[in-house]
Design a protein around this ligand. Structure first.
Ligand code: 4NP
Length: 150
């Protein structure tokens, strides 16, 4: 899961996906990263932690890191939150295999629409609940397709 700062959207998506896949008996590696290094080493934004907690998703222990080229080798699927994350990650891709791993996460909900997950960082409190609803829905679809592929 990739966003800009790795303190709002992508750690939330990581936490939601981890929670939803807990009950599956498959070994999944789920992680998140930022395209920027702005918040490396920091815990998620307090507002995101608190909102996630209301939904029984604990992301308080996560720490931000920057996306690295190794991530193309270590992960089969790379979900980005918005179109600028998409172009940033695609510009790092070393080959077609890398590029094919990268998807805008909301394309799982609205195929080919290239809709971005809004960034709640500079916005109002309600934005965090909105982002939770959006990512919860997207992660539900991702988990269902994972189950179908097992
Ligand atoms: P995120 O939100 O990409 O969802 O983690 C942001 C966090 C920090 C900044 C921008 C977006 N920032 O500019 O510091």
């Amino acid at each position: 899961m990739v966003c800009l700062g790795n303190i709002c959207r992508s750690p939330l998506a990581e936490g939601i996906l981890r929670e939803k896949t807990k009950k599956l008996s498959v070994n999944l590696t789920i992680d998140s990263a930022g395209t920027s290094n702005y918040h490396v080493g920091e815990h998620p934004d307090k507002r995101t932690i608190e909102n996630a907690f209301k939904h029984n998703v604990d992301i308080s222990k996560l720490k931000a890191r920057q996306f690295s080229l190794n991530d193309f080798d270590n992960f089969d699927l790379i979900f980005v939150m918005d179109s600028s994350n998409y172009s940033d990650i695609i510009s790092l891709a070393r080959n077609n295999d890398d590029k094919e791993k990268v998807e805008m996460i909301l394309n799982r909900v609205y195929p080919n629409a290239n809709i971005s997950v809004p960034d709640p960082y500079f916005g109002v409190e309600q934005g965090f609940e909105n982002v939770f609803t959006i990512l919860n829905n997207a992660c539900e679809i991702i988990v269902n397709s994972l189950i179908e592929s097992l």
